[in-house]
Each structure stands twice: as C-alpha cells, then as structure tokens.
Design a protein. Structure first.
Lengths: 666, 310
C-alpha cells in the first residue's frame, strides 16, 4: 500500500504539469505546396535572410548564424546598417521598453528570473570581421549600428553574416518561454528600413518602446531550425525540409517569400488542427496549434481563421501565401497571445467565461489574421503610424465579424444578449473626444498606454466606420475604395497620406474636412438635442389694425387654427463635423428624416415644423452609424417623459433588493 | 424535566406547525418587507424617472439592448450610484429592522400566544425587549463573521487565478468549491451561532435577564459543537431556499412576460417566491426554537444576602 502510494506520488511529481513526459514525435512531412499561393515575386525582396539556428529547450537559448542580403533601393549610398536587437529590450530594468512599460505589457509582467537578451558575437562582410566597429545607438542596446567599410551604392547589394546568441525571456510582450512552450519572435538581428523621398532617405530603426510594434522590408526567408525531436514547431512560411539528426534533434527548414518577419513556436505538448480556406479557387491550409485541453477553443479559432482568410481576401486583396498558422498559446503563456506575424499569428481568449456566442476568442483570431493584410501585405510603419495597421485592421475586423456572424450579433449572441463588435467596443471604451493626442501620433509619444490604445485602435476604427457611413449614404463605395488602396499599395510601405490620397482619388472627393479634425487633432463628436418644443397653433393675441379698424384679440377660445409649430435645435459639441441623419417622430406616428450635412464649421442646426400633430421624439443618428459619437444618451430624446421603462427597471431592481434583504435579514 | 432528544424531523415539523399556526405573522412580516422594499423602489423610481424618462436609450437598455445598457452604466454613473446606494441602504436598514422582527417572531414561537391580538402584543413586546441585546449580538456577529471575510478574501484571490486559467466548466467546479466553500461554511457557522444565541436570549429572557449577547454567542458555539443536527437543519433551510429559487426559474423559463399583464404576472410570481421564502425563514426559526428549548438553561448567579441580625 505504502509502495503504491509512493509510486503514485512519484508519477504525479514526474508529470508535474499534468502534460506527461515529452515523447519523440514523428518527423513532420514537408509541405507539399509553395510558399506563395501564386508565384511571385510580389515585393521588392530587398531584405533576404538565411538563418541557421539551434534551440536549446532546457535554457531556452538559440545559437544562430544569419546571412542578410540587403539591397539598397534608395537613391543615395548607404554607409551604415542599423539592426534591431529587440530581445535586448528585456535585458534589464533600464531599457526603454522596461521604463516605458513599467515592467508590464497588456497586464502581463516581466519575470525577475527570466530576462531576455541577444548577443551578436560576429559580423562579417566579405570575410572582414566588423563586430568591433558596431556600436549601440539610442538609450539602450536594442539598436546596433554597423558602419560599413564600403558604402552600399543605390541598387547595389551587400551580404552580411552575423553570429548571435538569443536568450528568450520568460514570456512577456509577445515573446518568450513558459514551461516547455516558447514563442520565438523578434529574435534575430533585423535590419532597419530606409524611408523618405528618393534621394533623401534616412534609416528608420527606432529603439524598442512598449508602444512601438515593428517595421521591416520584404524579403525571402530561409530558416533552418535544429530542435529536440520531441518538440513540435510552427513557423512562418512552409516546411521545405525535415531531417532527423543522431543527437535526438532534427533540423526543420522553413521557406517564406514576400514577408517582412519570421516567427516560430516550439512546444512538445501541442497538437495541430487543420482546415482549408478557399481563396480565388485555390486552397490555403489553415492550422491551429494548441494544447489538448484547449481543443474546444481551437475549433472556434479554426472556424474563425478560415472565415477570416476567405473574407479578408474577398474584401481587400487575395491572401497571397499558401498556409496560415494560428498558435493558441497555453493559458499560462497568454502574454504570447494576440500578435501577428506573416502567415503565423498567436491568438488568445481561451477562458471558461468565453462561452460559445461570446466571440472574444474569435475576434482575437480574426484581428490577428487581419494584420496579415494591414501590416503583413500593406507594410505600414507601426512605430510612426500605429493607427494605420491597428485601427484600419480593427475597422476591417468589424466587417469580417458581421459577414461571418451576422449583423447586430457579430460580437455577442449569448443568453438572449446580442451586440455588434464596434458598438460594443464603443460602449466599453472611454470617451474618444477626451483622448489628449491626435490619432496620427508616433506610438512612443502618446502620454500613456490607454491613450495609445484608444486612439490607435478604437478611435481609428470608429472614425473609419463613421467616414464609411458618410461616404456610403447614397451608395456603398467606401469598401471598394479601401480595396483599391489595398491593391495599389500591397507589398509596399504606405503612409497615412498615401491612404487618404488613394481614397480621395478613388472616391473623387476631398476628405480633408474629416481627416484633419478626426486624425490630425484631438477631439471627437458629441451630438445633443439642445432644444425641442412644440406649441399649439392659434390666432395671435394682441392689438391689430389702426384707426377704426383697431381691435384687440384677448381670447383664443374658438379661434384655434389647429396644428402645431415645433422647433428643434441640435448641436455637435465636439470638434469633428459629421453629416448625420436626424429623425423626428410625431404623436400621430409619422416619421420624418432630415440630413444635417454638416461638413462646414457650423456647430448647430435648427429645424422647424408645422404639423397637425405635435413632435414626440427626436433622434440624432437613429441608425447608430456615427461610431465616433460620445454621450449617446442625449442623442435620442422624447418631448414628454414616458415612465414605462423606468417602472420596469424599478420593479426589477426592487425585487433584487428585496431578495438581498431576505438574505441578510428576516 | 426530561426532554427527548430532538431530531431533524422534529425541527422541520415544528417549522411546519409554526407556519400553519402563525400564518398571519408570516404574512405580516412579508408585508412589512414588501412595504420596505416598496419605499426603496419608490425612491429608485423617482431617481430613474428624473434621469431617464425622456431618454429613449434607457428604454432600449430595459428592453435588453446590451450596448445601450453599457452606455448608460458608463455615461450616467451618478444615477447608477444613487440607485445602488438606495438599494444598499434599504438592505442595511432591513438588516437592522430584522433584529426587531426576529425578536418578535422568536417571542411568538417561544410563548405561543393564541388569537391575533395576543400574538400581536407578544410580537411587539418580544421585538422591543430583545432589540438592544440583538443589536449587541449584531456587533458580536461582526467578530464571528471576520474569519468568513478573511476566507472569502483569500478564496476570491484563489478563484480569480483559477478562473483566469480555466478553459472548461469542469476545470472551474473544483476551484469554485475550494475558493468559496470555506468562506460559505464559516459564514453559515457564524450565522447559525447568532441564530441560536438569539433563540436562547429570547427563550431565557423571563428567567435569565442578565444573559448577555457575548455569553449567549459563546454558549451557542459550544452547543453547536455538541449538536450537529443544528447544522443539518441549516442545510435543509438553504436547500429549501435554493429549491424555491429553482422553482421560480422553472416558472419563468421561456415566458417572455411582456407588456403590462406580463409585468404584473412576473411581479406576482416573484412576490409569491418572496412570501414562500419568508415562510421558510419563520419555519426555520421555529425549528431552532424547538431545539433551543431542549438546551439546559445557563446557570444563574444567586447573590447571597446575609442578615444584619446574624
């Protein structure tokens, strides 16, 4: 009996996390499809990487050699190459990432015994060792600048070989290990991007800040990963070679084309669920990598992922790659969740409270997959213009959610509750008009995380939805204009100015009246019914006529001319002018809608009616199209109060109160 | 006098007898409770009407539109706060009034008067005579409930961590029991101690007017340790409480109850539930009185008065 008990304890101790001992996995089959669904090249491919990396699953450390082939696409010679060393952001508490994040990201904290770093030990060009020349620039060690012996002329190419060691942090800010799981992202020295007009280019390679995501040039990635044969790997691109090695490891070689990043996940305890999405009649393999206990959520992610790949392809440009991998991190590694990389995203939202119908997990998957368009294909500068990928993507996500789950219930359809994703997000967000920074603000310059998030995500999405409502008010044109922008700027680095120029050209109208106040300045939209009143018409009283014809009307009895005169003033207390429908409902049930085309600087508009019936209700934006609007409570008012709803609410609250009284007293 | 050992069945039967014998008392307590809730409701109605009767978004929120409801909760925090404080105020006030009503009910169950007038007199006198000592017992109960509060705080922390990690309902059940179970158990124990202290204070009032709240509570702790049937009885009461709730859910299920007639029907059903629960509570108290009557009375201190002549 005692022996059995001891055996049981040993087994439990050995299995610790309940996942069991990792077992040798069969050698994975190589992908039978090319990296690109339709042969390329689709991009300039000026930053190409060949990486040979070995992962130590015990120390979570990577030893690697990388060859970068970089082409100067600019009009001036380049005398230095700056490299992002993002993992050094997790090196200690003095880095810009740590000071700007105060040690936490999205609610997940850094771990005192889990620092991350990257150490570049050698840099060679043409056999010349250049590492001693390279210096860190900026406030920390996240940017390494390499002066070149020979400048790279316009249209010339340079090949740089770097040797480095990367220590993963315990998972934080999208990257790192937790137990046997590891999400390996922003792990290799990545060259900056030349931006600016031809002949006046400068390097864009800022230090790693908590609010800055990533920006890189397109290229071809050939990455060989040597990993334990017990582990499963999911990575950007397609698996083109898999070889077992004698030391219980194997080398897996991945190939990706026309991408600007490469990320991978490794875990001995995961399984893979697959399905196929159809894009332009050709298949895209969609995979969800997950642990067994998250299988139920993996099904939801897979369904959302297939729908996202197909719907984004229809709405904007067809998905160009042949695989899409969704990593569903273990629940104790959710700091790795909710991030996008080309052809591979991480999701999150797996929680018992997220019952089927509460579509938070689905939304995360759709949002991250959406980034394969808005940043993956349209590779905007996330450091300078975070809104251009986060907010535009957020707006696009709402279209996809509606398409997949239906109007009015795209976010929630559970236990009788229903809600659409953007209105729900607005109801949960702060007032957009009070964000102290403009949307078009460099990510690192926002006063705090909340301002960055509200402006880059919610306000941008709400502003685009509002603009869409204005543009589409006669016929739907906005999505087609966005499709044109996506097509024209695919596999390039569009800016906000490029987006507006593209939309104006396609729509044939000036958008400055909206873009300036909504994106370039702080402020919002705040409609209100300022005045609403009616009076019964009757003969006017007073003294009329002159001389002998002078008479005084003192009594209105019997002189009613019937009908009512109503006067309504609506106003916009915000700073962004938005044309809006106003609905007037009269006592006899008739309704009238008027459009306040308020693109000028007018702050208010008066409406007068002469009707047989008095005005009962005034509703500004009755269809809820102006997603930017704050304080919606005073947008829909009735002239005379109606207590039906307050009675019902009171009855409900009173019964709850009474029930509580019974619990605490007699 | 030798009293036979009381069993759970005896306590439950005593409850049934009391409810059938003192139906008027049950109804009176329920009506006072309804009036108290109604006063709070009137205040709530006044606040909501002033704030929202001309706001159509509020109608949509009451009709079940989630976005409108969230918008109102966010944009009208003063109104939401006012309603919350009125409701909480009513609950706290009822808790204090309950000291009086419980004293009255216990007096009736102890003295078993006959006729409405005698019952009313007994109720009033009992409530008044025990109010202050019940108030002191209320202070003692704060001390008794302190371990439950500590357990609740720790349990909620534990539960929050586990909820964050749980992906299936099965993974949640264990942490729910471990997180909330100890606090619930300690709360029930403390409440039962207070209940039995109240019963003894009422029962022994005529003979032991020096019996204080603290001493009664300490005696109740010792008694409960010896008579687990009291805890079984509490369990039976809560089972009944939950069954009534389930019955209500069953009656309300898939019935929209819209419009004025629907609202009235819903009100009637809910008030019926409240009435049944009040009856349950009175029956529960009767069972406790039945058990307390078998307890040996506390020893009396007899002062020795020496004769001056001696």
């Amino acid at each position: 009996m005692v022996r059995a008990l001891l055996l049981f304890v040993c087994v439990v101790a050995a299995c610790g996390d309940g996942l069991g001992t990792p077992r040798v996995r069969p050698l994975p089959a190589v992908d039978a499809r090319p990296a690109l669904r339709v042969p390329g090249p689709r991009s300039p491919r000026n930053a190409n990487y060949r990486i040979d990396a070995r992962y130590d699953a015990t120390t979570h450390r990577i030893e690697a050699t990388q060859t970068l082939t970089w082409k100067n696409l600019g009009g001036t010679a380049v005398a230095e190459l700056p490299f992002h060393l993002y993992l050094n952001g997790f090196k200690n508490e003095t880095t810009l990432f740590m000071t700007s994040s105060r040690g936490s990201h999205r609610g997940f904290h850094t771990h005192e015994d889990g620092w991350g770093w990257i150490d570049v030990t050698s840099i060679r060009i043409g056999g010349e060792e250049l590492r001693p020349r390279a210096t860190f620039v900026g406030p920390d060690e996240t940017v390494l600048s390499l002066p070149l012996s020979t400048p790279v002329a316009p249209d010339a190419t340079v090949e740089v070989t770097l040797t480095f060691t990367a220590q993963l942090p315990q998972v934080v800010a999208r990257t790192g290990y937790q137990g046997a799981f590891a999400m390996v992202a922003q792990w290799f020295p990545k060259v900056g991007v030349r931006i600016g007009a031809r002949g006046y280019e400068t390097w864009e390679c800022p230090p790693f800040h908590v609010n800055s995501e990533f920006f890189a040039d397109f290229g071809v990635y050939d990455v060989a990963l040597t990993v334990p044969d017990t582990h499963v790997v999911a990575a950007t691109g397609v698996l083109v070679e898999a070889i077992d090695l004698p030391d219980a490891t194997r080398t897996l070689r991945y190939h990706a084309e026309d991408v600007h990043d490469f990320a991978w996940m490794i875990d001995p305890h995961v399984e893979v669920m697959t399905a196929t999405a159809q894009v332009d009649g050709t298949p895209v393999e969609v995979r969800v990598v997950h642990r067994a206990r998250q299988r139920g959520f993996a099904r939801r992610h897979l369904q959302a992922a297939v729908g996202a790949v197909e719907t984004f392809s229809k709405l904007f440009v067809p998905y160009p790659w042949s695989v899409m991998t969704v990593v569903d991190p273990p629940t104790d590694a959710m700091a790795a969740g909710g991030m996008e990389y080309p052809t591979l995203v991480t999701t999150s939202g797996d929680n018992v409270l997220m019952r089927p119908g509460i579509r938070v997990p689905e939304f995360v998957t759709i949002h991250e997959i959406g980034h394969n368009w808005f940043q993956g294909i349209l590779a905007s500068n996330e450091f300078r213009e975070a809104w251009l990928d986060e907010g535009v993507n957020e707006w696009a996500d709402t279209l996809v959610m509606k398409h997949l789950y239906g109007e009015d219930q795209s976010a929630i359809a559970w236990a009788g509750w229903k809600a659409d994703s953007l209105p729900l997000r607005r109801a949960l967000s702060s007032e957009l008009g009070t964000i102290p920074s403009a949307v078009a603000t460099t990510a690192a310059v926002f006063p705090d995380d909340a301002a960055y998030g509200d402006a880059s995500y919610t306000k941008t999405a709400a502003a685009l939805a509002t603009l869409q409502a204005v543009i589409d008010h006669e016929q739907p044109r906005f999505v087609a204009a966005m499709r044109r922008y996506a097509t024209d700027w695919a596999f390039r680095h569009p800016t906000g100015a490029d987006l507006w120029a593209s939309l104006e050209a396609t729509l044939g109208e000036d958008l400055d009246w909206f873009v300036q106040p909504a994106f370039q300045h702080p402020g919002g939209v705040d409609f209100a019914v300022r005045t609403a009143s009616c009076r019964a018409n009757r003969a006017a009283r007073g003294v009329f006529g002159e001389g002998s014809g002078r008479h005084t009307v003192v009594d209105d009895r019997g002189t009613d001319t019937a009908g009512y005169t109503c006067h309504v003033v609506i106003e916009n207390r915000g700073t962004i002018p938005v044309p809006v429908w106003v609905e007037f409902v009269f006592d006899d049930g008739t309704r009238e809608r008027q459009y306040w085309d308020h693109r000028d600087s007018s702050r208010w508009r008066a409406f007068d009616f002469a009707r047989s019936s008095p005005l009962a209700e005034v509703s500004i934006d009755p269809d809820g199209l102006v997603a930017l609007a704050d304080h919606r409570l005073d947008d829909h008012v009735r002239i005379d109060g109606d207590r039906h709803a307050t009675w019902r609410a009171t009855a409900r609250v009173t019964v709850w109160t009474q029930a509580l009284m019974q619990v605490v007293g007699l | 006098m030798t009293v036979g050992r009381i069993r759970l069945g005896d306590m439950l039967r005593a409850g049934g007898r009391a409810v059938s014998q003192y139906t008027g008392t049950v109804l009176a307590v329920y009506l006072v409770q309804l009036v108290a809730a109604g006063i709070a409701g009137f205040a709530i109605l006044s606040v909501l009407s002033n704030a929202f009767s001309d706001r159509m978004l509020f109608d949509q929120a009451v009709d079940g539109d989630l976005v409108s409801l969230l918008t109102i909760l966010r944009d009208a925090p003063a109104v939401v706060g006012a309603v919350t404080w009125i409701a909480l105020g009513a609950v706290v006030a009822w808790m204090v009034w309950s000291w009086y009503f419980t004293g009255g009910v216990l007096a009736v169950l102890t003295e078993r008067p006959r006729g409405r007038l005698d019952t009313a007199r007994c109720f009033g006198a009992g409530g008044a005579s025990t109010f202050l000592v019940f108030a002191r017992l209320g202070v003692v109960s704060v001390l008794l409930q302190f371990p439950a509060l500590v357990a609740l705080s720790m349990g909620l922390g534990y539960l929050a961590e586990r909820i964050g990690d749980a992906v299936t309902v099965g993974e949640l059940i264990g942490p729910l029991f471990l997180g909330l179970g100890p606090a619930a158990l300690l709360h029930v124990l403390a409440s039962t101690v207070v209940d039995y202290a109240r019963a003894e204070l009422t029962l022994r009032r005529p003979t032991h007017d020096t019996l204080g709240a603290l001493r009664a509570a300490i005696r109740a702790v010792a008694y409960l340790a010896r008579r687990p049937v009291a805890l079984l009885h509490v369990g039976a009461y809560w089972l009944g409480f939950v069954l009534v709730w389930l019955l209500y859910l069953l009656l309300a299920k898939d019935r929209a109850m819209l419009g004025t007639s629907g609202a009235l029907a819903l009100f009637a059903i809910r008030q019926a539930v409240m009435l049944v629960r009040t009856a349950l509570k009175v029956g529960f108290l009767a069972g406790q009185v039945e058990l307390t009557a078998t307890r040996p009375p506390p020893p009396r201190t007899i002062a020795r008065v020496e004769s001056r002549d001696a």
